[in-house]
Design a protein around this ligand. Sequence first.
Ligand SMILES: [Zn+2]
Ligand SMILES: [Zn+2]
Length: 122
Amino acid sequence: MSDNHVHLGGCLCGGVRYQVDGPLRPVVACHCSQCRKTSGHFAAMTSAPRDRITILSDETLTWFDSSPEAKRGFCSRCGGNVFWIPRAEDRMSITAGTLDMPTGLTLSHHIFTEDAGDYYEV
Ligand SMILES: [Zn+2]
Ligand SMILES: [Zn+2]
């Protein structure tokens, strides 16, 4: 876990901004087809309990039901891939690349590597 600082982040255009109070989970890189298709490569995400995440701006935040289990939040203006919410859990994943620097985080491991694109090595 990272420190207890407040983490801020958002999409490229700023239409989606958020704040996380307290520690963030280490970053996990997901190579599943849904993360590939929505991110354009693979998704590197951190996570925190929903009650510690505040959406500061949702001006352009749009939700997409990517599977029966989860929905994804992205910016309808700049295309930034920002959130992933599993319906059955009380947490929210956040794409690590949308965090303002420094994040204080490290990449811990890769998942769904069997679904990774065929043009790179994990
Ligand atoms: Zn945006
Ligand atoms: Zn995935």
